[in-house]
Write a protein that binds this ligand. Structure first.
Ligand code: FE2
Length: 195
């Protein structure tokens, strides 16, 4: 054990667990407008290879594969595939296979507020608007996108990290169950077309 570790453990100590504190933590989490990780989205050099890595090796089922004909933010005709791999708590690791914007070998350099982002669940549309106003007031302009099945607010944090605050209404679950049935077929169609 290093000096640093010793100091850290010394500061934390080994006093008995305070059950009232534990209860306060449970209540604090229940009150939070921010419910947890929805997805982390990163670049993909190739959808088929990425699918094999996550679905076949890491056993994370691909639950959705979206073939999108144009950029969400600019409307520019630049087809891409956005696909998600599920973890045990329902959150996902997602990717963009976006040949028009970043192709070739990692690490990827191009980044808009959409590319490479972390999405966190918020508890309501009201919370999206609440945070939009708070961010605006603090000098962080954000972009709202109604994806249909869910609603998202995209913002860049002070470190340059892209953040998506996302609210999924109850009916979103059915959308994802339907999406899951066609995910592999959609990704294969994308891979075939991409060549
Ligand atoms: Fe996202």
């Amino acid at each position: 054990m290093s000096h640093h570790d010793e100091n850290v453990f010394a500061a934390v100590g080994d006093s008995a667990v305070d059950l009232q504190q534990k209860q306060r933590a449970i209540e604090r989490r229940a009150r939070s407008r921010v419910r947890g990780l929805n997805h982390h989205a990163y670049y993909s050099a190739d959808a088929a290879t990425t699918r094999h890595f996550y679905e076949d090796i890491l056993e994370m089922p691909m639950t959705i594969a979206l073939r999108i004909p144009e950029e969400v933010f600019t409307g520019r005709a630049a087809p891409y595939c956005h696909f998600f791999f599920e973890m045990g708590d329902g959150s996902s690791i997602a990717f963009f296979d976006y040949p028009d914007v970043f192709d070739g070998k990692p690490p990827f350099e191009v980044s808009t507020v959409y590319h490479h982002h972390i999405a966190i669940n918020v508890d309501s549309d009201e919370s999206i608007e609440y945070f939009r106003q708070r961010l605006e007031k603090e000098g962080y302009p954000s972009t709202f996108v109604d994806h249909g099945a869910f609603h998202s607010l995209y913002v860049r944090d002070p470190n340059g990290m892209n953040l998506e605050l996302c609210y999924s209404p109850p009916e979103t679950e059915d959308f994802f169950l339907r999406a899951e049935r066609v995910a592999r077929d959609e990704l294969d169609k994308w891979a075939a077309k991409r060549g």
